[in-house]
Design a protein around this ligand. Structure first.
Ligand code: COA
Length: 351
C-alpha cells in the first residue's frame, strides 16, 4: 500500500467582493446581524462570464505548479461540486480537457459541502491501492448562481470559489492517514438544491419545520442544519481521533467546512479546545460549499499555520445530509521524492 501525500495545493477566488453592507442595500438585513450570527463579513462573487470549470481550472493549475506535476502525468481528476456548468460533460472532464491531461480519468462527485473530503477519500483509496499514482482533487462552486437573493436566511451565507490539492503516492509514511464518509438521507429535506428537471421533495414545507421548496435555488432550515452541523463536527473529530489512536493534543489544526463561526465555536466548546484550533477564513469568503476546505487549507498554509509533520483534521458537513473527515500528516517536502510517470514509462520500456 502507498501513502497518499498532499504535494500540491491551490485556490482561486473571483475578484468581485460582495460585502454585508452591499447585501443590506438590497434586502432587510444588516452587517451586524450577519457578522454576529455567522462570522461572515464578505464573500467573492463570480463575474457573469465565469464558469465553475474556469474556477476549478485556476485552482488546479496552482496546485499542479506547487506539486511540480506536469498535467500530462495526472491520472485521476475528481471535482466535487453542486454547481456544475453541465450535468454532462462533467466539470472534471472539462478541466481535464483544458489541462490536456490525456492520461487522466475524470468525474464529478456530488456530496454538497462535504464533497471535497468525499473526493479526497476516494482519491486516497485509488492512490493507496496503486490504481493510480496521483490524483487531482478539486472543490469548485458558483453558489451565487443558485441562491434566492431575496431569501435573507440563505443568500447572506454563501460565496464562490475553488480549491484543489494534488495527491501523490509514496512508500514514505504520511499524507492522508485515514478518513471516513457518512450520510443521513432521512434528513435530506433540511438542506436542498433541486435539479433543473426535478419536482421539489414532497415533504418540504415551511410550516412543518422543513426547508422552503424553491426550484433551482437553495432551501434550508437554518436551525436544524446548525444543530446537525455542530453535532457531527464534534462526533467526527472524536471518531477520527479514535480511529487513529490519537488525542486532541496530537492535532495541530482542524480545517473544517467554513459555514458559520458559531458552529465552530460551539464544537470547540464541546470538545474542550480553544476555537483557535479550528482554522477559519469564512469572514472573507462566506460558505463556498465544496471549495471551502481546500480554500481554507491553502490560506492556512499561506498564513504559516501548517508545518511539516503536523497532524491535521479536515471535516466537511452539508446537504445530503453528508459529513466526512480525514486525518492528514502534512509532509511539505514530499514533492521532492516524486518520480514522474514518464520515468516509470521509460523504465518499463527498458525492461
Ligand atoms: N438578517 C436579519 N435577520 C435575519 C436574517 C438576516 N440575514 N436571517 C434570518 N433573520 C431573522 C429571522 O427571520 C428571525 O426573525 P424572527 O425572530 O422575527 O422570526 C431571526 O433572524 C432569528 O432567526 P433564526 O433562524 O433563529 O436565526 P439563527 O440564529 O438560527 O441564525 C442562521 C440563522 C441561518 C445564520 C443559522 O441558523 C445558521 O447558520 N444555520 C446553519 C446554516 C448553514 O451553515 N448552512 C450550510 C451548511 S453546509
Amino acid at each position: 500500500m502507498n501513502y497518499a501525500h498532499i504535494t500540491g495545493w491551490g485556490s482561486y477566488l473571483p475578484e468581485q467582493i460582495l460585502t454585508n453592507e452591499d447585501i443590506a442595500r438590497t434586502i432587510d438585513t444588516t452587517d451586524a446581524w450577519i457578522r454576529q450570527r455567522t462570522g461572515i463579513g464578505q464573500r467573492r462573487i463570480a463575474a457573469s462570464r465565469d464558469t465553475t470549470t474556469g474556477l476549478a481550472l485556476q485552482a488546479a493549475l496552482r496546485a499542479l505548479a506547487v506539486a511540480g506535476l506536469p498535467a500530462a502525468d495526472v491520472e485521476l481528476i475528481i471535482v466535487a461540486t453542486s454547481t456544475p456548468d453541465y450535468m454532462f460533460p462533467s466539470t472534471a472532464c472539462q478541466v481535464q480537457g483544458h489541462l490536456n491531461a490525456t492520461r487522466a480519468g475524470a468525474f464529478d462527485l456530488s456530496a454538497a459541502c462535504s464533497g471535497f473530503v468525499y473526493a479526497l477519500h476516494m482519491a486516497t483509496q485509488a492512490v493507496a491501492t496503486g490504481s493510480v499514482s496521483n490524483a487531482l482533487v478539486i472543490g469548485a462552486e458558483m453558489m451565487s448562481r443558485v441562491l434566492d437573493w431575496q431569501d435573507r436566511e440563505t443568500c447572506v451565507l454563501f460565496g464562490d470559489g475553488a480549491g484543489a490539492v494534488v495527491l501523490q503516492g509514496s512508500s514514505r509514511p504520511g499524507g492522508v492517514l485515514t478518513s471516513k464518509l457518512r450520510s443521513d438521507g432521512l434528513q435530506s429535506d433540511i438542506l436542498c438544491l433541486s435539479a433543473a428537471n426535478s419536482n421539489p421533495i414532497p415533504a418540504l414545507s415551511s410550516e412543518n419545520g422543513h426547508a422552503r421548496p424553491v426550484q433551482n435555488t437553495i432551501s434550508m432550515n437554518g436551525r436544524r442544519v446548525f444543530r446537525f452541523a455542530t453535532r457531527v463536527l464534534v462526533e467526527s473529530v472524536q471518531d477520527i481521533l479514535a480511529m487513529a489512536n490519537l488525542t486532541l493534543d496530537d492535532i495541530s489544526l482542524i480545517v473544517p467546512h467554513q459555514a458559520n463561526f458559531r458552529i465552530l465555536e460551539s464544537a470547540a466548546k464541546q470538545l474542550g479546545v480553544s476555537p483557535e484550533l479550528f482554522y477559519t477564513n469564512l469572514e472573507d469568503t462566506g460558505n463556498t460549499s465544496a471549495a471551502s476546505i481546500p480554500v481554507a487549507l491553502c490560506k492556512a498554509v499561506e498564513d504559516g499555520r501548517i508545518h511539516s509533520g503536523d497532524h491535521l483534521i479536515l471535516v466537511g458537513f452539508g446537504g445530503g445530509l453528508t459529513w466526512a473527515y480525514a486525518l492528514v500528516e502534512w509532509q511539505k517536502d514530499v514533492a521532492s521524492i516524486y518520480i514522474p510517470a514518464t520515468y516509470h514509462a521509460a523504465a518499463f520500456a527498458r525492461a
